[in-house]
Design a protein around this ligand. Structure first.
Ligand SMILES: *Cc1c(COP(=O)(O)O)cnc(C)c1O
Length: 386
C-alpha cells in the first residue's frame, strides 16, 4: 500500500505533511515504515506529554478500555470525576467542563464568558478582546477569535464580537477594554504565532484592569498547559489566578480531550443544558489524562526547566541563530535559514522538529532523556549552522 499516494487520493488536502510515514514509536523515538528512526522534538505538537507508548499511560488507558470505552454524559463516570478533582486541586479552579479538542475548549470558554456577562448585565456586553497574532482554533467562532487576517477568509459570515489588541502594548489593549467587553482572552506564549511570550508586566496590568471592570481574564493554555512551560499551567509563572483556562493538546497525552477550568466567578455559569458534548471527557481519554496530570510534579517541572535552559543555550551558540524565544519546552528559534527547509533538513538527519511562522519550533516530550535531547540538539545545531 502506498500511504503517501493514497493519502493524497483519499484525504482532504488540508495538511502540508512532512514526508514521514509513522510505523511505531517508543518514548521520544519514532520509526518510519522504512525502519528509519527519528528523535521526536515535536511530540505531536506538544501533545504526547510523556512520549509514545509510555507504560503507565498505556496501562491507565487500556485498563479503562477494558472496563468500558464510552458512557454518555447522561451517566456518572469515575475517570472524569477523578480528573476534574485533580485539576481543581492542582489549580485552585472550581469546576471543569470537558471537551474533545482545543478549539472546542475555546468555544466553551467563549460561551461561558458571554453567559457570565449576559446573566449579570444582560445583552450588549459580549465583546471579547484577543491578541493580534493569536491562534485559538479552526471552528468558525475560534477562527473569529484568532487575531490573524489570513484566518478570516472564505467562511463568511464569521462570529461577531472579537476585537484584536497588539500583544504587550498595555495602553492599546486597555483602550479596547470598553464597557461592552466581557472578556480578554490570551495565550501566554503565542505558539502558532511564532513562540512569542507575553511580558509579565503586560499580563499583570491587563489582569488588574480586568478585575476592576469585571472583565473575565481567560487564558488559552491549549498549547502552553500541562507542564509544557515549566509550570502545570503557564499562568502559574505569572502569579495570577485567571477566571477561565482552556486546555487540550498535552492534557490527553495523545488521546483527544480538552477542558475548561472555571474559576470562582464562573463556577455556576454553566447550568443544566447550557453546554454539552457527546464525547467530552470520554472515560478512556480521561483515564489517560489523569495519568499525565498526576505525574506533573516539582521534579518533572524542574527537569523541564533544566532541559529548556540547555536547549536555549545550545541554540544561542549557533552562529546562524538570530533569536531564541519561548518558555519551558516550548521553544522557537529564528535563524538565517528558511524554517521549513531547516525542518526538512533535520528530518533527513533523524530529528522531527516543528515550525511556527518563520521559526523552528521545538516541543519535545516532557520526559525526553537528556541523552536524547543532546543528540537531537547536535543534529539541529549542525543543520542551523550548515
Ligand atoms: C492547537 C491550538 C488550538 C486548537 O486546538 P485543536 O485541538 O487543534 O482544536 C487552540 N489554541 C491554541 C493556543 C493552540 O495551540
Amino acid at each position: 500500500m502506498n500511504i503517501i499516494e493514497n493519502d493524497k487520493k483519499y484525504i482532504a488536502a488540508t495538511y502540508g505533511r512532512f514526508p514521514v510515514v509513522f510505523e511505531k514509536a517508543k518514548g521520544s523515538t519514532v520509526y518510519d515504515v522504512d525502519g528509519k528512526s527519528y528523535i521526536d522534538m515535536g511530540a505531536g505538537i506538544a501533545t504526547t506529554a510523556f512520549g509514545h507508548c509510555d507504560e503507565e499511560y498505556v496501562n491507565a488507558v487500556t485498563a479503562q478500555l477494558n472496563c468500558y470505552a464510552h458512557a454518555s454524559n447522561l451517566y456518572y463516570t469515575a475517570p472524569q470525576v477523578q480528573l476534574a478533582e485533580l485539576l481543581c486541586e492542582k489549580t485552585g479552579m472550581k469546576k471543569v467542563f470537558f471537551a474533545n479538542s482545543g478549539a472546542e475548549a475555546n468555544e466553551g470558554m467563549i460561551k461561558a464568558a458571554r453567559k457570565y456577562s449576559f446573566d449579570k448585565y444582560g445583552t450588549g456586553r459580549n465583546k471579547i478582546v484577543t491578541l493580534i497574532n493569536s491562534f485559538h482554533g479552526r471552528t468558525v467562532t475560534t477562527l473569529s477569535a484568532t487575531g490573524q487576517d489570513v484566518f478570516h477568509n472564505y467562511f463568511f459570515p464569521f462570529t461577531e464580537g472579537f476585537v484584536f489588541a497588539p500583544a504587550n502594548d498595555i495602553e492599546a489593549t486597555k483602550a479596547l477594554m470598553t464597557d461592552d467587553v466581557c472578556a480578554v482572552m490570551v495565550e501566554l506564549v503565542q505558539g502558532e504565532g511564532g513562540v512569542l511570550p507575553l511580558d509579565k508586566e503586560y499580563v499583570n496590568e491587563i489582569y488588574k484592569l480586568c478585575a476592576e471592570k469585571d472583565i473575565l481574564f481567560c487564558i488559552d493554555e491549549v498549547q502552553t498547559g500541562n507542564g509544557r512551560c515549566g509550570a502545570l499551567y503557564a499562568y502559574m509563572r505569572f502569579g495570577i489566578q485567571p477566571d477561565i483556562v482552556s486546555t487540550a493538546k498535552g492534557l490527553g497525552g495523545g488521546l483527544p480531550i480538552g477542558a475548561i477550568l472555571l474559576g470562582e466567578k464562573v463556577e455556576n455559569t454553566y447550568g443544566p443544558s447550557s453546554h454539552g458534548s457527546t464525547f467530552g471527557g470520554n472515560p478512556v481519554c480521561a483515564a489517560g489524562a489523569y495519568s499525565i496530570i498526576s505525574r506533573i510534579d516539582e521534579k518533572l517541572l524542574s527537569d523541564v526547566e533544566k532541559k529548556s535552559q540547555y536547549m536555549i543555550s545550545r541554540l544561542k551558540e549557533c552562529k546562524n541563530t538570530e533569536s531564541v524565544s519561548g518558555m519551558g519546552l516550548l521553544i522557537g528559534v529564528k535563524t538565517t535559514k528558511d524554517a521549513k527547509q531547516l525542518c526538512l533538513d533535520c528530518i533527513n538527519d533523524g530529528v522531527l522538529p516543528l515550525t511556527a511562522k518563520d521559526k523552528l519550533r521545538l516541543t519535545p516530550a516532557l520526559n525526553i532523556s537528556f541523552a536524547e535531547l543532546e543528540k537531537a540538539m547536535d543534529i539541529i545545531c549542525a543543520n542551523i549552522d550548515k
